[in-house]
Write a protein that binds this ligand. Structure first.
Ligand code: IMP
Ligand code: MG
Length: 184
């Protein structure tokens, strides 16, 4: 079933300015935590994190390498239990401090996979996770221990879009975070 959503039914939840303020605060903390490394690699998780990673990278005052991977776990607003890995092409990361940049940690499934992959397969020197949003109330029991090291906003069980996040591949281009009226 496909649901057609018009832009008029989207309510602004976090404005461009609110997002920028939170990213500036987060960047100050990350700048401090990584001030002694020359080996920082930001790994953007496409597609959802594409705006967040570009704003965060520019807000940081750190030398860093940027890499991107592509996964997908959502269809419309229905979470599919298994996400797909589309692109996991990466350089050698064994002496690198990896900071994974995600849009949202929801069930925790994707974050769990990524933390395990960068720690145990890519064998990065250090691995941390930054997420624009954290939905702790949605965490599945088996991923209860998954918590982003850095996050900008904690939200409840609501579906959001814009600023990189999609509803059925639409609305990623909105500069703000919105919520569809009447949709949980
Ligand atoms: P998880 O594996 O269940 O934690 O899901 C994480 C992924 O689901 C995120 O990286 C998003 O791409 C997607 N997702 C979760 N919640 C939302 C939402 O409210 N709007 C859009 N995408 C979402
Ligand atoms: Mg995502």
């Amino acid at each position: 079933m496909s649901l057609t959503i018009s832009k008029d039914s989207i309510k602004v939840l976090f404005s461009e300015q609110e997002i920028a303020n939170q990213i500036a605060k987060l960047a100050a903390i990350i700048n401090e935590d990584y001030k002694n490394t020359q080996n920082l690699v930001l790994i953007g998780v496409l597609k959802g994190a594409f705006i967040f990673v570009s704003d965060l990278a520019r807000a940081l005052n750190l030398p860093c390498q940027l890499e991107f991977i592509r996964l997908s776990s959502y269809q419309g607003t229905q979470r599919t239990n298994n996400f797909r890995v589309y692109d996991l092409t990466l350089p050698n990361l064994e002496d690198k401090d990896v900071l994974i940049i995600e849009d949202i940690v929801d069930s925790g499934r994707t974050a769990h996979f990524l933390l395990d992959f960068f720690t145990n397969q890519a064998k990065a020197k250090t691995v941390k996770l930054a997420a624009l949003f954290d939905k702790p109330s949605k965490r599945e029991a088996e991923f209860a221990n998954i918590k982003p090291d850095y996050s900008c906003f904690e939200i409840g069980d609501i579906f959001i879009l814009g600023y990189g996040l999609d509803f059925d591949q639409k609305f990623r281009e909105l500069p703000y975070i919105g919520r569809i009226e009447g949709l949980v």
